[in-house]
Design a protein around this ligand. Structure first.
Ligand SMILES: [Cu+2]
Length: 194
C-alpha cells in the first residue's frame, strides 16, 4: 500500500502456455504468466491502483466487469480510453464501492483476446465480515476452448480455470507432475492456485 492509502497491483498481459489436460498444452494469452490471470483480492472501500503492462503483440485494455467506477477507468478501448499499445503501461485507479466476485477482461479485440483466455477474477471482500459469512471461497472461471480455431469439431474443451476437470493439479504451483490427488485435496489445490 502506498503512503497515501492506495493498494497497488501489477498485471502484465502476455502470451502464456497452459496445460489444459495432461499433454494438452494450449498457447493462450493471460496475465503474469498464467491464464486465467491472477485473482485480485481487496476489500470494499479500498482505493486500488492497478498497473497494466502490455506485452502482447497488439493493443489491449482491461475492463472491470460489473464494478461501479468512473467511465474513464472502465477499460473500453476507443470509448473510455485509448487502447494500451504494446510495451505501454496504463494505471487504473478507482475505489471499490461494493463487495462481490467480479472478473476482468479486455475490451480490445475481445472476440479474439477473450477466446484465448484473457480474463481473471477480482474478489472484493465485504468491509463488514458479518455481511455474508463464508467458510471457504473457491473462485472458478468457466471456459470453452476449441482445439483448432476455425476448424469444425464435434466437441469443445470445457474448463475451469483453464483446466479440463478432473485434470491433474496445477504443476507450477505444487511443483509436481504427480497425478491428481483425491477429490478433497484437489479442491484445496484450486484454492491454492488462485
Ligand atoms: Cu465483461
Amino acid at each position: 500500500m502506498t503512503a497515501d492509502g492506495w493498494k497497488e497491483f501489477h498485471l502484465v498481459a502476455e502470451p502464456v502456455e497452459r496445460e489444459i489436460a495432461p499433454g494438452m498444452v494450449a498457447r493462450l494469452w493471460g496475465c503474469n504468466g498464467q491464464s486465467p490471470g491472477p485473482t485480485i483480492e481487496a476489500v470494499e472501500g479500498d482505493k486500488v491502483r492497478i498497473f497494466v503492462t502490455n506485452r502482447l503483440p497488439e493493443h489491449t485494455t482491461v475492463h472491470w466487469h460489473g464494478m461501479l467506477l468512473p467511465s474513464g477507468m472502465d477499460g473500453v478501448g476507443g470509448l473510455s480510453q485509448p487502447p494500451i499499445k504494446p510495451a505501454e503501461t496504463f494505471a487504473y485507479e478507482y475505489v471499490l464501492r461494493k463487495s462481490g466476485t467480479f472478473m476482468y477482461h479486455p475490451h480490445a479485440d475481445e472476440t479474439f483476446q477473450m477466446a484465448v483466455g484473457m480474463m481473471g477474477s477480482f474478489v472484493v471482500h465485504p468491509k463488514e465480515p458479518a455481511f455474508m459469512r463464508v467458510d471457504r471461497d473457491f473462485v472458478l472461471l468457466a471456459g470453452a476452448y476449441v482445439p483448432r480455431v476455425a476448424t469444425m469439431t464435434d466437441f469443445n474443451i470445457w474448463t475451469w480455470n483453464s483446466r479440463a476437470f478432473p485434470g491433474r493439479v496445477c504443476k507450477n504451483l505444487l511443483g509436481s507432475d504427480e497425478p491428481a490427488p483425491p477429490h478433497s485435496a484437489q479442491q484445496e489445490s484450486f484454492a491454492g492456485s488462485l
